[in-house]
Write a protein that binds this ligand. Sequence first.
Ligand SMILES: C[S@@+](CC[C@H](N)C(=O)[O-])C[C@H]1O[C@@H](n2cnc3c(N)ncnc32)[C@H](O)[C@@H]1O
Length: 394
Amino acid sequence: MELHQLKDLLTEKLQATSLIHATISAPRLKSNDLRRIKVKPILLRDTYAIQLEFQHERIIKHENLSIEEFIVRMDQFFDEFRQFLFRFETEEVQFQLSKKMKVSIKTTVKEPIQAELSHNRKKSHLLEDGVPVPFLIRLGVMTEEGQVKRQKYDKFKQINRFLEFVEDSIAVLPKGRTLRILDFGCGKSYLTFALYHYLKIVKGFDLNVTGLDLKKEVIEECAAIAADLGYDDLSFRVGDVHDYDQDTEVDLMVTLHACDVATDVALARAVDWNASVILSVPCCQKELNRQLDCSPLDVMLQHGLIQEKFASLATDSIRAELLTLVGYETQLLEFIDLENTPKNILIRAYKNPKRPTEEKIDRYIAFRELLHAKPYLERELSGRLGQISSKLVQ
Ligand SMILES: C[S@@+](CC[C@H](N)C(=O)[O-])C[C@H]1O[C@@H](n2cnc3c(N)ncnc32)[C@H](O)[C@@H]1O
């Protein structure tokens, strides 16, 4: 069978939504740290999609694609991997690709089964509605019986979503010592409590968590709740993220909607303190909106609404790129459904020191110059960036 015929066969079966699961393995290059890709169909907000689980040597990442996008990506997987196993409803298709892309294929008829499409029930419900959790009761998200209050359901979903990211990051966190975790701009500290509950109480990690916020009364209230719950290794401080100097090493830095450049300060401190993991959901960032000057984009930027959204997306792209340049594997991921909040991008950065290529540095500079941007984060990271390339000193 020729490769194009194989692709037609897979396309037909994928389009018939008969996939149960698939595994793509045996990378062609030994240096490829992506060892395996697990594939399964899921329902994403009632739409059929294909979920890829990328199993790297140290970490696992997920990506959801439409059938069409997955079919296009298959070409890349054919180039990079040799072994493929697809389980469809009534048959299993196993094939290998040689160096010269010759196909050896084996098809086996199987007992019919149906795909389990519910989206990852276990993962999206790390905290269950109906199961009492002390901090959620104390913060007024749940009743004493463990029922999530209707008006707090979005908050509950947000906490659960965030914990999914925490769970995915565990593999990257250091082992065998106390973990240091900071939440900058913690506010009422739903996430700070959730982190503590999940990592300490459910998973049993030894850790030390601090939430920092400007608001004295809110912080006092959080400290009182922590004391009531007996959360001895969770502390709260009143303070400005700009002045915070209580740590020199941090393992996990978290921010959720830390206003404006408070997010940038948190990202920069996380880099300074060698955080292994950064999970940051930015809030508004007005700086670039004021600086934007790019006439080729005037068709878009003439509209205030579009300019604001563009500035916000460009800011997060710049943040992600800067983190990559200073040695983080960075992804921008959907945090929660758009209908809940427009602030739904999560920056996930895993420390992975790698010197950026000149091409990457130039690509970043070209983007920044195109927009006439003078990013706050770039200034905050100027020491590190200057060590990487003199071109990165503004
Ligand atoms: C939108 S609230 C988010 C609170 C919390 N992270 C959450 O999502 O529920 C932003 C918080 O950041 C805090 N904040 C803003 N700028 C700050 C700064 N420079 N230093 C410390 N906290 C700051 C505010 O006081 C506020 O509580």
